[in-house]
Ligand binder design. Structure first.
Ligand code: ASP
Length: 426
């Protein structure tokens, strides 16, 4: 299947480039983009019920609450350590490559001017986050009404909380009292996983439409100007991509091998469709149904562990986003000639960790939270205007890492608790 998706992706890019070259952008937006939107909507449609069902099944399948807390502790510890590592790698790469020196003051001012209003609206959204009390994110985790939470895809953490809480209730009761509910959620889970398979049949077409319209949108009426922008920000974009590549192709394989003796090739073979989807949709949440299916059925992680680790990861674990936030902050400082000392870099480690936890698994969320990181080291949030032009492209790349990081942790946690079934290569 991944060959078909890859073909859709490449054809989409070519189609987007071709139609921009002959000025068909509007046609692509009117007649091709809707198919991409339909495909993403289908995935989003099943994301919330799937998180609910898989997590309830996952938690209620545990023998006792003690196992849940051990699993939770391990998962959070791994999530935090990989995030801090990713940020450190980002900082090393950006301080070494110094992409900020490749942007001229004229290019910088032109970018600032062109994207100033969009930057201001992002900064405004971020302001609402920084103005709230420090414990507000904790308060926001607990919904006051589960149906409200289920109606808003950005409130996935609330659904996760409810499912955990509900699952704990099931564990605490004698089995015979919960049989019906367990069976019900197991069936819902199975049905939704089946729907994932059905939806994925449309993936090549969906991915084609998404990529074609993305390229057409990016090129706009003036493909030459778009290329100029890409050139100005090329060094920065390459730095982000290089950091992400190190995490994906070096750090994760090392973790997989040391923590689970898990072969890298098997991991990537199992995850490619989810990674391609993450790339095309730029959304961990929309990709979650496929990530769950792949991790359970192709990586051999038990439903209990996958159902617990992955929905949580899609909301709070974003190694790619945190790395990008670190690189972007230092790049913006470099472009404005503002030196950042060791203390500032440490502040970035801390705030980018929190900012990535706070970023929702939807397109562009990481850039809003980047404002918080910029402010923590005294940079003007309007600086995000500099990186906006290439943000969508980098969002695609960082989402691949976000999704892969969740799957990697699921494998490690499953290995420790003996929840990893036959290794795929065996
Ligand atoms: N799009 C990313 C995700 O869904 C979040 C971000 O970095 O904007 O994982």
């Amino acid at each position: 299947m991944h060959l078909q998706i890859l073909t859709g992706l490449l054809l989409g890019v070519l189609f987007g480039i071709g139609s921009s070259a002959i000025g068909w952008n509007d046609w692509v937006v009117d007649w091709v983009k809707p198919f991409g939107t339909l495909f993403v909507n289908l995935l989003k449609l099943i994301a919330a019920p799937l998180v609910l069902a898989s997590l309830v099944v996952g938690v209620s399948g545990l023998s006792d609450v003690g196992k849940l807390s051990r699993l939770g502790g391990r998962t959070i510890a791994l999530y935090m350590s990989t995030t801090v590592l990713a940020i450190s790698i980002g900082l090393l790469v950006v301080n070494w490559a110094q992409p900020g020196q490749y942007i001229t003051p004229e290019q910088r001012d032109a970018l600032k001017e062109r994207f100033s209003s969009q930057a201001a609206s992002k900064a405004e959204t971020a302001k609402q986050v920084t103005e709230q009390s420090p414990l507000q994110p904790l308060v926001d985790t607990v919904p006051s009404n589960i149906f409200d939470a289920l109606t808003d895809n950005t409130q996935m953490l609330q659904v996760v909380f409810f499912a955990l809480f509900f699952g704990i209730g099931i564990i605490l009761l004698p089995r015979q009292k919960t049989v019906v509910v367990r069976d019900f959620f197991e069936s819902v889970n199975e049905i939704i996983l089946k729907l994932v398979e059905v939806i994925m049949k449309g993936a090549p077409l969906g991915v084609f439409a998404l990529l074609a319209s993305l390229v057409a949108d990016f090129a706009g009426d003036d493909p030459r100007a778009a290329l100029e922008l890409l050139k100005a920000l090329g060094a920065y974009a390459l730095t982000v991509v290089a950091g992400l590549a190190v995490v994906l192709f070096v750090v994760y394989p090392i973790f997989l091998w040391l923590g689970a003796r898990y072969p890298t090739a098997d991991f990537f073979r199992g995850m490619v469709p989810a990674q391609l989807l993450a790339f095309s949709t730029s959304s961990s949440n929309a990709t979650l149904p496929v990530t769950l299916e792949r991790v359970e059925q192709n990586l051999g992680v038990s439903g209990e562990v996958a159902g617990f680790v992955l929905p949580l990861g899609a909301t709070i674990n974003m190694d790619g986003t945190s790395l990008y936030q670190a690189v972007a902050t230092v790049f913006i400082a470099q472009a404005f000639g503002i030196p950042l000392d060791w203390g500032d870099q440490l502040t970035i480690v801390l705030t980018a960790t929190l900012a990535s936890i706070g970023s929702a698994g939807v397109p562009g969320a990481g850039m809003v939270m980047l404002v918080v990181v910029l402010e923590s080291v005294g940079l003007d949030p309007a600086g995000i205007a500099l990186i906006m032009a290439v943000d969508r492209i980098l969002d695609m790349a960082r989402t691949v890492v976000n999704v892969s990081g969740d799957a990697m942790v699921a494998v490690l946690v499953a290995r420790r608790s003996n929840d990893l079934s036959v290794l795929p290569s065996k």
